[in-house]
Design a protein around this ligand. Sequence first.
Ligand SMILES: [Zn+2]
Length: 319
Amino acid sequence: MDLGVEPVRRINSRGGCAPHLSLQFDSHLFSIDTSRSPKACIQPDAYLITHAHSDHFGKSAMLSERAIASVETARALEIRYEREYRGRTFRVGESIMVGDVSVKTHRTGHTIGSAAFSWETEAGARVLVTGDVKDYSALPRCDYLVSEANYGDPYDPSCIFEDDLAGFFEALESGASFGAYAFGKAQRAVALMRAMGYHDEIGMDAQSLVLTRELMKDAAGPLTEVNGSKTNVVTPWNLPQVRCKSKYFLTGRRDTSYPTIRLSDHLDFRGLMKMIEHSSPQEVLAYHPAGERASLLAHHLQQCGLETMSLDLIEKFFR
Ligand SMILES: [Zn+2]
């Protein structure tokens, strides 16, 4: 059955593809996590920005009046890139109109303000775009799924993992400090520390401090500058200046000079499979990140009998 939704990619001025994709349906064109089209080119009805990580290109799309992002994503983009967000905003969980299409938004637990988008075509096909996902429980069922594939390689053992919450708790109790990227991981660390009963001040570098204060508000609890407290959460490159005996880098990576504690902002491979089962689509497009992981996830889903493609197989382009 043809769902009437067609993925298309924009060719940029250098002749390459703009990041990610757009979806064409009825008389509409929605762009997803991509950079802005130059003024003279075809403009989409909307630039949907799922969250403020740089590989989702809000830095460029935020300058368009057609940008759509959550209040927190818009604010995070402004803080990170020191420019004004020009688009429209929503609260995650609310709907927002794009022309005559009602676009629903759903929590994904990836970063503060991260959102998935869903809508229905005139013929009633339900489309869902995930962005990056940590928690799929708020996602709706759909017919056409545009899915992330960050840990989508079924053959790579590093795509199967669990967060080391016990290790994090132990390190916190022992008075350790933590390295975490300023947007996303730092707020996850602070939220976990508060949930684990740590109520004292947390020392943070300037960028992490601004982002955490503005995005978490009161939920962040008391924060101070680096070394203002025995426990710190700072970016990995600020970790050397932290005066603390034990330091851990909160990451899934293994190529670091500090000992690591596994805390991921993502679903692992098993989580992705459960998310797809949960949303029960007829057709899937693995859209992020570009490259091998998306292709391998698409291949795996094909073998499971689900009609699936990846970004590299899109054959329709526009300028
Ligand atoms: Zn992300």
